[in-house]
Design a protein around this ligand. Structure first.
Ligand code: MCN
Ligand code: MOS
Length: 762
């Protein structure tokens, strides 16, 4: 097996868990030496280009590819006529569908922008030109453009997502103070810097796929099922990813098309999804709307929450963007009711986007709680502290750790919240209105098993090997820190190999579950490898430690020593040489002891072993409180975020520098969500109008103010082996409401539909 180039590191300081190493692969990415999926030099490549439907609903009647095929250099045109011989795969949970064929280029069109044909040629330019010559005849039928289409209807109630306790309607009716409001969020997209695409190559019955992936093992499994071949015969290679944010967890239709084309042609095929095609090749965050009613006493004690939410889904799958996901756990309330509906529309099936569910949910409840505060004439910080949940009212379980009170008070202190004047429009700087607002956020602790391999080499270097993914979060770096700590060596003595489905099994880089999961596995394997080395060192005839009478050895500052200095200390290399060992290799997983091979494979390739936040004695979540300052130009209605202070409880931090960057990244995405991001749909034809990075606005440097982040967490050993909770997603949750609340404070105007653009303020 050829190995990836290992990620080395130059700075040896802080080589322990909790240190502030920079990202190992950061300089490789910015200097262009990190190889992305579409950059692998593969010989004899053919190039595939997708053709997407231009109607929102109906059927492909005919594809006339004669002009395209007549072009020299065009190799193949795939259309709904072609039976690619694929089978349906089980979903990411591992749930098997009824046996049946899979058509990645379907005849029935479910949305505008669905892939319906592909052209393969000797060059990408040729394939693109030939694709323009392909004539598609459609039979169009009625469509539903989006959630706001008059024909969209109320949708289907998702029974399992209905949550209730107490008697919310009665308690609401009896409450002396009530507010009710409707909030909405538009379609939002991942817009990762690296667009989607892949290179696929067959060698006999062996398939290699270079594709950006958040889950090498899960994706290999789904490809193997589509192509009805043994799991072992598929290999996904994905050592570097230019951002995923939830979009790169499973293989998608275009992947099946590229692999099928490569099989048909007997040549490797590269398929790059164009930026516009990225908007409909997989789903972004679904548009949502939600109605929230709060009932309270005159002194601001919550009595009831009634919540009705809905989100868009596609016509052929139910994907709920759960608007109630945070509503039920943020506050102490005895009477609660929440329902969620999905409304089928002619769009691609929506997907997970950083903080799915929690994000729009926090937008609703965190705006509503401030609306209640203003109605009561109460400080928004005070109302949150007054209704602090001492346990999880939904599950009835105690929190494992919940330092949200500290996040609120320490965040307020750092922000200078006490200097606020309460009345809207009461703070200004000349013609600029100033507003302050708060938004709380949360994300569940999701736990999953993982596996890792540790190798101690004769030269004293230590290797960490896992199929886990680093898409920019910092996996390479924290795993090097973990191994370095166990062996008492500098981090630059550790090599980390990741991003390959042939390497040991791993949890998905998703649901903010990877760090806790893979750190546990690497720590376990490293300790086992160290124990094996200690055992040899104390017993091997060639070992200088053999006659010391010690029963263990110390590993610190790059040297191995007997506890009371009974023998001279050695480096790892010196000890390996004394033992005449080429290598010590240890593989460990965090499944229950005795899990057989099939159970192991199931654990890495499906979500079957994933545990939610209340699947134990406790309710476990990460928490945060954002404090936002906005400046609004009264004449132009322009909003600038001028300052953000956010305090987080994510348990123990494996690498605070990387965590701070995760939090800031989430906050920056939250600023985009609050002020800029919005997928626009042409009602006439269901087309995504702004399907490019010129028109779909994401924040740039000039939109981003000073962001101060504070950690108030304490280690939580129920949440993970090393005490950390999830970090990657919680940062985005609660930012948009903090900004919306600040805009209200500045202007006295409540904008309830995101994004908050100037025309809504004038
Ligand atoms: N970390 C830590 N201490 C902890 C937990 C995490 O130091 N207690 C740090 C580590 O650097 C770790 C990172 O935070 O690598 C993220 O850890 P975790 O919260 O476990 O999240 P995952 O590794 O599972 O990453 C996925 C998560 C998700 S779900 C999305 S969406 C997201 C995110 O990470 N997409 C990202 N952050 C992203 N960051 C980048 N650069 N690109 C993306 O696409
Ligand atoms: Mo993250 S949306 O769970 O990949």
């Amino acid at each position: 097996m050829t190995m990836m180039e290992p990620r080395k590191h130059g700075d040896a300081s802080d080589g322990t868990v909790g240190g502030r190493q920079s990202r190992f692969e950061g300089s490789m990415k910015v200097t262009g030496t990190a190889t992305y999926a579409l950059e692998y030099p593969v010989e004899n490549l053919a190039y595939a280009v997708l053709i997407q439907s231009t109607i929102p609903a109906g059927r492909v009647v005919e594809v006339d590819a004669s002009a395209a095929l007549a072009m020299p250099g065009v190799l193949l045109v795939l259309t709904p006529e072609d039976d690619l011989g694929l089978k349906l795969s089980a979903d990411w949970g591992g749930n098997k569908p009824a046996d049946g064929p899979y058509y990645p280029l379907p005849r029935d069109v479910g949305f505008n922008g669905q892939s319906i044909a592909a052209v393969v040629a000797e060059s990408r330019e040729l394939a693109t030109e030939a694709a323009r010559l392909v004539r598609v005849t459609y039979e169009e039928s009625q469509h539903v453009a989006d959630l706001n289409d008059p024909n969209a209807g109320e949708g289907k109630l998702m029974e399992p997502l209905s949550i209730a306790w107490g008697d919310a309607e009665a308690a609401l009716a009896a409450s002396p103070v009530r507010i009710e409001a409707e909030y909405s969020t538009p379609r939002e997209y991942h817009v990762a810097m690296e667009p989607h695409g892949l290179t696929a190559k067959w060698d006999g019955d062996q398939l290699t796929i270079w594709e950006p992936s958040q889950w090498s093992h899960g994706m290999a499994r789904m490809y193997s099922e589509w192509f009805d071949m043994p799991y072992e015969n598929v290999r996904i290679i994905s050592p570097f990813i230019g951002g995923g944010f939830g979009s790169k967890g499973v293989p998608l239709a275009y992947g099946a098309v590229a692999v099928a084309a490569a099989r048909k042609l007997g040549r490797p095929v590269k398929l790059a999804v164009t930026r516009p095609q990225n908007f409909t090749s997989y789903g972004g965050r679904a548009a949502t709307r939600q109605k929230i009613a709060l009932g309270a006493t005159e002194d601001g004690i919550l009595q009831a929450i009634v919540h009705h939410g809905a989100s868009e889904t596609s016509v052929d799958a139910d994907w709920p963007e759960q608007t109630g996901a945070a509503t039920s756990i943020l506050y102490k309330v005895e009477n609660f009711s929440s329902q969620h509906r999905v409304v089928p529309v002619n769009s691609v099936t929506p997907g997970a986007l950083r903080g799915p569910g929690k994000n729009p949910s926090a937008y609703g409840i965190e705006c509503a709680i401030e609306e209640l505060a203003y109605k009561l004439g109460m400080d928004p910080l005070e109302i949150r502290l007054k209704n602090y949940a001492d346990h999880d009212y939904q599950s009835g379980k105690p929190w494992s750790t919940r330092r949200l009170r500290e996040a609120l008070t320490e965040g307020a202190e750092a922000f200078g919240w006490s200097r606020r004047s309460h009345a809207p429009r009461s703070m200004r700087d000349g013609k600029t209105l100033i507003g302050w607002g708060i938004g709380c956020g949360t994300f569940p602790v999701i736990r999953a098993p993982s596996e890792a391999m540790i190798r101690i080499l004769a030269n004293g270097r230590v290797e960490v090997v896992s199929g886990a993914i680093d898409m920019g979060q910092g996996t390479y770096t924290i795993l090097a820190q973990s191994a370095a700590e166990v062996f008492g060596i500098p981090v630059d003595q550790v090599e980390v190999y990741l991003g390959d489905s042939r390497l040991p099994g791993s949890a998905i880089a998703g649901g903010s579950m990877l760090a806790g999961s893979i750190m546990g596995a690497v720590h376990k394997a490293a300790v086992a490898a160290r124990d094996e080395l200690i055992g040899l060192a104390l017993s091997d005839a060639n070992s200088p430690f053999r006659d010391t009478g010690a029963n263990t050895l110390n590993f610190a500052e790059g040297r191995i020593a007997a506890p009371r200095g009974e023998a001279p200390s050695l480096t790892l290399a010196e000890l390996m040489s004394a033992l005449k060992r080429e290598e010590i290799e240890v593989r460990r997983n965090t499944l229950p002891d005795g899990a057989n091979a099939q159970e192991q494979l199931q654990a890495w390739t499906t979500m079957a072993r994933v545990q939610g936040p209340t699947m134990g004695d406790y309710s476990m979540h990460s928490w945060c409180a954002h404090f936002a300052e906005v400046r609004v130009d009264e004449d132009f209605g322009t909003v600038r975020v001028s300052r953000i202070v956010s305090a987080f409880d994510c348990g123990r931090l494996y690498n605070p520098r990387l965590v701070e960057s995760q939090w800031r990244g989430g906050i920056i995405m939250g600023i985009g969500q609050a002020l800029l991001e919005e997928g626009l749909v042409d009602q006439r034809n269901g087309r995504t109008i702004n399907n490019n990075v010129g028109d779909y606005l994401v924040p740039t440097n000039s939109d981003i103010p000073d962001i101060q982040v504070i950690s108030v967490g304490v280690p939580d050993h129920n949440a993970s082996a090393l005490g950390g909770k999830g970090v990657g997603e919680v940062g985005i949750v609660g930012v948009a409401p903090a900004i919306a609340n600040a805009v209200f404070h500045a202007t006295g105007k409540r904008v309830r539909d995101l994004p908050i653009t100037l025309e809504k303020l004038l």
